[in-house]
Design a protein around this ligand. Sequence first.
Ligand code: FES
Ligand code: FES
Length: 156
Amino acid sequence: MPTVQFQLNGATVAVDADPDQTLLDVLRGPLGITGAHFGCGAGQCGACCVMVDGRAMTSCDMPMWSVADRDVVTLEGLGTAEQPHPLQRAFISEQAMQCGYCVPGILISAAALLNDNPSPTEAEVRAALDRNLCRCGSHNRMVRAVLRAASEMATS
Ligand code: FES
Ligand code: FES
């Protein structure tokens, strides 16, 4: 199997992978990075979103051959329990989750949005989260949380 090298949460990793294996499988399997979740497996739900070169992308349909030399950030790269990302703090403050299954993907989509547009409108937040499904119906709270994080980041 060829070795694929890429950046993962700020560190260089090299992993032996079938070129057609998905990034999600490699993250959750040999790399033991389980923040990105498996939902639909078809690029339709957003549970598996990771940032690739700064853009939120679904990892369940991303073949490993396309990951070489790219910069991948997963939920684990956003913040830690000791030093949570402002989005993670805001999601807790707004109680913006129920089961939490969709939340890693939503946090990644929101983080990519704020990297690109630090002061989004509500409509822009809704558009950025449009691909991320939440079966618990927590979207309104999530939108409030993203706006709260943006506001906190602007004043810090
Ligand atoms: S699991 Fe990847 S989009 Fe649903
Ligand atoms: S909080 Fe349950 S799927 Fe979103």
